[in-house]
Write a protein that binds this ligand. Structure first.
Ligand code: FAD
Length: 518
């Protein structure tokens, strides 16, 4: 009979099947030949001790045990060319997983995406990085796959519903992601692997009769007697349907403005804002693994840190080991940072958003914008940073210790942020209360992570798109907008997700509720 075991082994043993087999044979006192196969069920790193260990949960199959590699199959999708239609606006994780779920339920999704397909999108990313040109419809946030396409592809979530998370991970594996994401405690896919997976999802949607329209921006929602009738696109085309899943992400400011103009209820929502810090990866490795050199069997170390400063949380966000800082503006005249990593996380630097939680009261100077006050607060900081750094896609930057000591850095070394940096006292970018919290918080971080507080770390400003500054409220039961029948606010932009996995889960949930309403 197969035997389930919990083990703690060296990174070298965990990385080598033969070594693991001989380790196990000694542990359970059987010869190596009697072990037919070892399935890894869970894998995590335990870096609490001086010598880092790998925790494994394994299922050992012995000779004679029935064993077959379990391959994840795609669900039984239906042909939906002539089925009732549902408009899905946005081809991010929320929109794409909503579309797949609709097909599974026998409904036809019409996915409308303002950006280009993953291939076309690449050219516009180059234009931001090299020529400082921001295309308002095609950038690191907008285009096929949404904001998650060119990311680190971290797939962990705070969702407690393991079943929902596992279903999304299994679907990703069925669409080509490495099965490692099913066992790792902190799975990730990487920027180089995500585009193909997303392309394959789109192909499947079309194969079963769904529609995907790129370079098509929704500019209006047609509503009659408080019920959705369809949408209008930028060239005046009307697409009719009485069900609309609105999954436009946290950066679709024109959609928030549209809803506000049409008096469709939206609410200001607190979010978090700060900087993106970059350290040498070797420094983070030495702090996290208590070693001088990581060695060949451990992955580049991540970190996660949180402190309370003046009654507010200051924390690391979307940390990218071995990664690169990306220019994530969605309009000219602003700068925004975020981060990505390739699947191997093999870049020399580690970056992380370091952000402070905001409260609704912080948006008071922008009160005249009503529900858009938080969005205007965010926009003002992004525009100021753009101006201070020289009105290109260069971002204001400062060495960490210099920032805490209110000193302009005399030099900024080349960082992974390709458009470049300008030395600026970052206190000029942020409101005083935020600067003060970050100054104190970074000193506290240095006390918990010895070596973190160093002038070798470079802060880039701002990290401002952590989550949506707006919530589009919906009924908890039907998931329809409180006021508009047939409108399903969905994913991160509506305030119901924060990350790839939770957005995908919310997409599926909205599709299920939408199907129930037919
Ligand atoms: P989005 O992904 O934002 O998708 C919305 C889509 O709607 C976009 O494609 C947009 O073009 C489209 N759209 C907007 N307005 C319109 C309109 N008017 N008409 C038509 N289409 C429209 N999360 C993680 O979990 N792990 C990570 O490692 C990670 N790294 C990230 C790295 C970067 C650089 C960025 C930018 C984000 C990262 N995130 C990460 C966050 C993650 O990408 C988002 O949480 C997730 O994509 C949200 O999914 P969504 O479908 O709700 O919205």
């Amino acid at each position: 009979m197969p035997k389930e075991l919990l083990l703690q082994v060296t990174p070298e043993i965990a990385a080598n099947e033969n070594l693991l087999k001989s380790y196990l044979s000694k542990q359970i006192k059987v010869s190596s030949n009697e072990i037919q196969h070892i399935s890894i069920l869970k894998r995590s790193i335990d870096a609490r001790q001086k010598a880092v260990k790998i925790n494994l949960k394994v299922l050992v199959f012995f000779q004679g045990d029935a064993f077959s590699e379990s391959l994840f199959q795609l669900p039984d999708y239906k042909e939906v060319s002539n089925a009732p239609e549902v408009i899905v606006v946005g081809a991010g994780p929320a929109g794409l997983f909503a579309a797949l779920q609709l097909i599974e339920l026998g409904l036809k999704p019409i996915v409308i995406e303002r950006g280009k397909d993953v291939r076309g999108r690449r050219r516009d990313l180059k234009a931001i990085n090299v020529d400082h040109i921001v295309n308002e419809d095609s950038n690191y946030c907008f285009g096929e796959g949404g904001a998650g396409t060119y990311s680190d592809g971290k797939l962990y979530t705070r969702s407690k519903k393991r079943g929902d998370v596992d279903r999304i991970l299994q679907l990703l594996v069925a669409f080509g992601a490495t099965p490692d994401i099913l066992v790792d405690a902190h799975p990730h896919i990487g920027t180089n692997k995500l585009p193909q997976i997303i392309q394959d999802i789109r192909t499947k949607i079309i194969e079963y009769g769904g529609q995907v329209l790129f370079e098509t921006r929704v500019v209006d929602i047609i509503v009659k007697n408080n019920e959705v009738q369809g949408v209008v696109t930028q060239n005046g085309t009307i697409i009719e349907a009485k069900k609309l899943i609105l999954a436009t992400g946290h950066s679709a400011r024109d959609i928030f403005e549209l809803l506000d103009r049409k008096k469709i209820i939206i609410e200001a929502k607190p979010f978090a804002l700060g900087v993106r810090a970059e350290h040498p990866q070797s420094l983070i490795d030495s702090i996290q693994y208590s070693c001088d050199f990581r060695g060949e069997f451990l992955p580049p170390a991540p970190y996660s840190i949180v402190k309370q400063v003046n009654g507010r949380g200051m924390y690391s966000f979307c940390m990218c080991p071995g990664g690169v800082i990306a220019p994530c503006a969605t309009s000219p005249g602003e700068v925004v940072t975020n981060g990505w990593s390739p699947s191997k996380r093999d870049q020399a630097t580690a970056n992380s958003g370091i952000v402070v939680e905001l409260k609704l009261e912080d948006f008071k100077p922008f009160a005249k914008f009503g529900a858009l006050a938080g969005m205007e607060f965010q926009k003002a900081i992004e525009q100021k940073a753009w101006h201070l750094a020289g009105e290109t896609q260069k971002v204001p930057a400062q060495r960490l210790v210099d920032f805490t000591q209110n000193k302009v850095s005399s030099s900024i070394p080349k960082t992974s942020y390709v458009p470049g940096t300008t030395s600026v006292e970052l206190g000029e970018v942020f409101p005083g209360f935020l600067t003060q919290i970050m100054r104190e918080g970074f000193v506290q971080f240095g006390k918990s992570m010895k070596g973190y507080y160093t002038n070798d770390a470079i802060l880039h400003a701002p990290e401002s798109r952590t989550s949506s500054p707006v919530r589009i409220p919906r009924d908890n039961e039907t998931l329809q907008h409180l006021q508009i029948k047939g409108l399903y606010p969905c994913g991160e932009g509506a305030g119901f997700a924060g990350g790839i996995i939770s957005a995908a889960i919310d997409g599926e949930k909205c599709a299920l509720k939408c199907a129930e309403s037919f």
